[in-house]
Design a protein around this ligand. Structure first.
Ligand code: ADP
Ligand code: MG
Length: 366
């Protein structure tokens, strides 16, 4: 970063005190970093290292009165957050800084339609009449890649998938085009495909709005994907900060090295298993179809949950089944266990075709 970059957030000497009797005196101690326009800073560190406390302090949302900023400043858009009045901090949230969390339901009201919630955020800050706000809600839902925004704005959050809720929360956080977005582990609870889509969305919105982004994660895969710079926190202190290349490829602090060494190396698998002899389990062309919503005089829709799946497992072997949510992993497992009867294929366990056995004869196998 050069001097001429437009710094959006400048955190200096941030120290947050914990109440007496806590595991340590300070949640965060003497933390310093800046984030410029268009820059994405990842904050990494183990659970309890002070990442969320740092984020909440910048939002003016520390759990009062027992957790307090004891020292330091957080200059956001040229003004220290900590010297602003409560009303000024409230005005700052949404318009200067937006925040998204791991669990969208902590930000969304389950009793309010999605559109009304975004409308509320707009009404609190922006001078727009009802018709313009309505347009803006649809614009935002479209911008975050939600399907059929006109009908979606009338849905309640529980109707949406986890990934869709995350998109709604992002739409709310970005409704007023803040210059800083704080994301606290927003993809940790999502499956890998949805996680990738949400990361791409955050990057696209960052480019469009030129935002500074503070992204908290413990996942180094995510860091490698999106970080411009990385700050590493340990027990309330920032032990290392640098460009993504420096921190990931030439870590200086022993704690950073330890964190990076702990990342699983998926490609370096163990020695190949010796698959000689007969398999213990031999499943061929397994198929399972569920019929949905059928009833009196009504033919339901069919859902093919597993289609033409074949695999063998040898004694002593471990076979990993991977796939995104809904891809049929559990259905396959349940068919192999006889908890579902497969609609097609063969499941041979130790020489016996399980799919042909009656319920009673199957029992001893389970
Ligand atoms: N509401 C709270 N009240 C008191 N202490 C808390 C509270 N939340 C977290 N802490 C403490 O603050 C420290 C930092 O926690 P946190 O910022 O949540 O870590 P991280 O987000 O990195 O997992 C920890 O010692 C934790 O026990
Ligand atoms: Mg946290």
């Amino acid at each position: 970063m050069s001097e001429t970059d437009n710094v959006v957030l400048d955190v200096r000497g941030l120290t947050i005190s914990l109440p007496e009797g806590a595991e340590r005196a300070h949640a965060v101690e003497d933390v310093n970093f800046t984030i410029a326009e268009n820059e994405l800073l990842c904050i990494v560190g183990e659970s309890g290292s002070g990442k969320s406390m740092t984020a909440h302090a910048i939002m003016g949302l520390l759990p009062a009165p027992h957790v307090k900023v004891a020292d330091g400043e957080a200059i956001l858009n040229g003004r220290d957050v900590f010297t602003r009045s409560e009303a000024e901090q409230r005005a700052m949230r949404g318009s200067d800084v937006g925040m998204i969390f791991q669990e969208p339901m902590t930000a969304l009201n389950p009793l309010m339609r999605v559109g009304e919630q975004i409308d509320e955020a707009l009404r609190a800050h922006a001078e727009m009449d009802a018709a313009r706000r309505r347009e803006r809600v649809v614009e935002l839902l479209t911008a975050v890649g939600l399907p059929e925004p006109e009908s979606l704005r009338r849905s309640y959050p529980f109707r949406l998938s986890g990934g869709q809720r995350q998109r709604v929360m992002i739409a709310m956080a970005l409704a007023l085009e803040p210059r800083l977005l704080i994301a606290d582990e927003p993809t940790t609870a999502l499956d890998v495909t949805t996680q990738k889509q949400i990361l791409e969305l955050i990057q696209r919105m960052q480019r469009e709005l030129g935002m500074a982004v503070m992204f908290i994660t413990h996942d180094f895969g995510v860091v490698a994907e999106i970080a411009d710079r990385v700050a590493v926190m340990q027990e309330g202190r920032c032990v290392e900060i640098g460009t993504a290349d420096e921190v990931l490829n030439r870590p200086q602090h022993p704690y950073t090295r330890e964190l990076i060494a702990a990342v699983p190396h998926y490609i370096e698998h163990r020695d190949a298993f010796n698959r000689e002899g007969d398999p213990l389990l031999d499943a061929q062309n397994v198929r399972k179809v569920f019929s949905l919503g059928s009833g009196f005089l009504r033919r339901g829709r069919e859902l093919v949950a597993a289609d033409d799946v074949s695999l063998t497992i040898h004694p002593g072997e471990t076979v990993g089944i991977v796939g995104e949510s809904g891809s049929g992993k559990s259905t396959l497992g349940r068919c192999l266990l006889g908890l579902h009867r497969a609609d097609g294929g063969q499941i041979v366990f130790d020489g016996t075709d399980l799919n042909r056995l009656g319920r009673r004869a199957f029992h001893p196998f389970r």
